[in-house]
Design a protein around this ligand. Structure first.
Ligand SMILES: Nc1nc2c(c(=O)[nH]1)N[C@@H](CN(C=O)c1ccc(C(=O)N[C@@H](CCC(=O)O)C(=O)O)cc1)CN2
Length: 379
């Protein structure tokens, strides 16, 4: 535990309540922090503390919390969330994704040697969004790195929907292709549902087909594929040895591709799951009860340190570009969680970048391998 000698009045934070591209370049802000009397590492009932930090009594057991004597030699201590170092374990998604890729590569080569089959992934990209083009390029590179064949179709932004459907049908029938994905988002004139429905479920390595999603939601039913990002979140928890069974989990966001399947996966592993979303009033009341938080809402720095129960595990799915003149790209990526604050409260946390993002592509490779094995009945 770190201690400070003076009474802390401020906590440094770069996470303004409404971080947005236009505000994000502001220097770190000093947020007012009042002297808070409570006994370090002991139960307290200081309502002032609870009110100011919105924490519940008993939560400050975390080593992340600092205890300082007040300047007035008060018998009580001052809680100062002025930690100078992150105390949470940083969950290194980049390194775990590499482990997954190495495992996939070994299996791909075992399969090739045994039955002469090489898994194949087909990717359809419509339009010229820069971020989508980067993800597709990275997927192709990742395939190469593990020995998976990749097939790519790039279509102009104004392509008719039928053109996309035609390519999907052709990949559905191609025996060299074991996985098909359409990079999202699609241009607004396209009907996303119709396009995703066209991918045959045996090759739906994104897990976005309603049949796969439906099976995921049902007890005693198994989806053929689970969407890559939520699957990556769970994989991070598993590989870090973080228990899920019996834990309280809060998922922030209810999208079809992350929030909803993440909640279902946690529930399938016997967590008690709450989903909070844009219409939830006081979401922090729910997150403060959570042992595990998965934030997938797409709002930079929305989850503040005070939203988190000390010792909780925080998985940050957000990848939000915020303006940054110091970066060569002119922007930097931040998560949905104020990392600076959360890393002082949580017991483990994923960074952005380098957390969940790399796992998305690693899980895609894994799903493609699983698909090829299933189609060829290779154990
Ligand atoms: N068909 C799909 N479309 C989209 C998916 C998807 O799973 N299937 N997910 C996202 C985009 N995405 C993959 O497609 C994706 C996003 C982010 C990353 C990633 O590795 N991010 C890095 C940062 C990258 C950077 O520096 O720009 C990180 O977080 O470390 C990989 C894949 C939406 N569309």
């Amino acid at each position: 535990m770190t201690t400070t000698s003076a009474t802390a009045k401020f906590v440094l934070s770069g996470c303004s309540p409404s971080s947005s591209p236009s505000t994000s370049t502001a220097p770190n802000r000093l947020l007012p922090f009042t002297n808070l009397n409570f006994k370090c590492r002991a139960f307290h009932s200081d309502h002032r503390f609870n009110r100011l930090l919105n924490f519940h009594a008993g939560y400050y057991k975390s080593p992340a919390f600092l205890c300082t004597r007040t300047a007035t030699h008060s018998p009580s201590f001052t809680a100062a969330a002025l930690a100078t170092e992150a105390s949470a374990k940083i969950i290194d998604g980049k390194s775990i994704a590499k482990d997954v890729r190495d495992e996939v590569a070994a299996e791909v080569s075992r399969m090739k040697e045994a039955i002469g089959v090489v898994p194949g992934l087909a990717v359809i990209l419509v339009g010229d969004r820069k971020d989508s083009a980067t993800y597709v390029r990275n997927k192709k590179k990742a395939c190469e790195s593990v020995g998976i064949n990749s097939f790519e179709v790039r279509l102009p932004e104004d392509s008719p929907e039928e053109e996309v459907l035609k390519h999907i049908r052709s990949f559905n029938d191609d025996p060299a292709v074991h996985g098909i994905l359409v990079q999202l988002p699609l241009p607004s004139h396209m009907n996303e549902k119709k396009v995703l429905d066209a991918v045959c479920i045996e090759k739906d390595v994104d897990g976005f087909h309603p049949l796969n999603i439906g099976r995921l939601a049902m007890r005693d039913r198994e989806p053929l594929f689970v969407p890559c990002t939520p699957k990556g979140c769970l994989e991070l928890l598993h590989r870090q040895g973080i228990a899920i069974k019996g834990k309280r989990a809060v998922v922030i966001g209810r999208s079809n591709i992350v929030g909803t399947p993440a909640a279902q996966l946690l529930q399938r592993e016997d967590a008690t799951v709450t989903v909070v979303h844009s219409r939830t009033t006081n979401p922090e009341e729910f997150t403060r009860e959570a042992d595990i938080i998965i934030a997938a809402v797409g709002k930079p720095n929305m989850v503040r340190g005070s939203w988190i129960k000390p010792g909780a595990v925080v998985i940050d799915v957000g990848i939000n570009p915020v303006e940054d003149a110091k970066s060569s790209r002119g922007y930097r990526l931040v998560g949905d969680v104020c990392y600076e604050e959360a890393s002082k409260i949580a017991s483990a946390i994923t960074p952005v970048p380098g957390g969940v993002g790399p796992m998305t592509i690693a899980m895609l490779l894994s799903n493609t391998l699983v698909s090829a094995k299933r189609i060829h009945n290779f154990k």
